[in-house]
Design a protein around this ligand. Structure first.
Ligand code: TXA
Ligand code: MG
Length: 349
């Protein structure tokens, strides 16, 4: 018996619900899907009409390509026209998992999915619900993060509902995402491997598998510059300087300056919310003060939910303690830098 479907509703990921989600994808509709990184907005990757629905639901510019999710690496040849040895080695090492590879696309991949580029982003996710849906669907699922364009990525089913409401047919509930930030993206379509977006899988881990150090494009500042002289860089919406952004203005402040900045902002009559990590809450003064986890993996896990909470706290300003300049913090530093750059816009979505 099929479940009564309330559009935009959150559904426990039972085998029946997963089968129903696969049917909805076949019918060209959109489904909210948990992965181990963030929730995705899923559609049939071979259906151009369905891909166009993704862009409409997200208010996303049509030239920003989508990642195609596959049930396993065996399906790679259907999507990529050339599969370098390094891609095979990385798939063995990190799939299923939080790594997206950019490869030359098969001509059958719709332009709507690739943004008209000659490459395609491919990933085999590890989350059991994503795996179950991919197995039931048995083809590629295009899925960007299930947020409005430029906004904070969702890490729970409730976040997806807040972002997209009835724009999705159903939302499969897979709990809070284990990692909390988007996959590492490595471009293997050009002469030099290049990390386009840092994530849980680091440049050093990739280097250990492929035997050479990938280039890294990660700083928000760098992202606005062209990547390399003779090759045109692919378009990556995650590489926009402003992204993952709360509506409240957000400033990153080094720990030693944080208490002072906070006191100054209070004196200026601002309502301030603070996300500290190493710094303890001052004794006096009332403030929305949140303590973030000390370690990078736990920090990443909580980051987007925390930004959502802080954004809803009714503050005029968010002060966030800056993060250490080390490699393990690279991915969250990248997200926070872009969140700061994109924060404070007053738009209507
Ligand atoms: O962890 C993730 O990767 C999540 C989950 C749902 O899998 N997905 C995700 O998708 O973050 P999205 O669309 O929010 O970000 C994907 C990024 C975009 O910045 C897009 O421009 C880039 O990947 N991308 C996709 N295909 C590409 C291609 N062929 N060349 C360059 N960049 C590409
Ligand atoms: Mg995204």
């Amino acid at each position: 018996m099929a479940n009564e479907l309330v559009r935009g509703g959150i559904t426990a990921a039972t085998p029946e619900a997963v089968a129903q989600a696969a049917d909805l994808l076949r019918a060209g509709d959109l489904v909210g899907l948990p992965t181990e990184t963030v929730y995705g907005l899923a559609a049939d990757a071979l259906n151009p009409e369905a891909a166009r629905r993704i862009f409409a639901a997200k208010d996303r510019p049509a030239d920003h390509p989508l990642i195609v999710h596959l049930p396993d690496a065996e399906q790679l040849p259907r999507w990529a026209s050339s599969i370098p040895k390094e891609a095979i080695a990385l798939a063995r090492a990190f799939w299923p998992g939080p790594l997206t590879m950019i490869l030359k696309r098969d001509p059958g991949v719709p332009d709507e999915v690739t943004g008209g580029q000659d490459t395609v982003g491919l990933r085999v996710p590890a989350h059991p619900v994503a795996q179950a849906l991919l197995k039931a669907f048995d083809s590629g699922i295009a899925a960007p993060s299930a947020n409005r364009f430029g906004r904070i990525s969702p890490t729970t089913a409730a976040h997806v509902q807040q972002e997209l409401g009835e724009r999705v047919a159903m939302i499969l509930d897979g709990g809070a995402c284990e990692l909390g930030i988007e996959s590492t993206i490595i471009d293997l379509s050009r002469s030099m491997p290049e990390i386009l977006r840092p994530g849980a899988i680091t440049a050093d881990q990739i280097a250990a598998v492929i035997g050479r150090q990938p280039r890294v494009r990660s700083d928000a500042a760098q992202a606005t510059e062209p990547a390399s002289a003779e090759e045109t860089a692919p378009r990556v919406s995650g590489a926009l300087a402003a992204h993952y952004a709360p509506r409240t203005p957000l400033r990153l402040v080094e720990a030693p300056a944080l208490a002072g900045e906070w006191a100054q902002s209070l004196a200026a009559g601002l309502r301030v919310a603070v996300l500290a990590r190493t710094l303890a809450k001052p004794e006096q003064g009332s403030v929305h003060w949140q303590q973030a986890p000390l370690y990078a993996t736990a920090y990443a896990h909580d980051l987007y939910a925390t930004l959502r909470d802080l954004d809803a706290a009714g503050a005029d300003l968010l002060l966030v303690e800056a993060l250490p300049p080390t490699a393990e913090w690279r991915a969250v530093r990248d997200r926070l830098g872009r969140a700061a750059a994109g924060s404070g816009e007053q738009d209507e979505t």
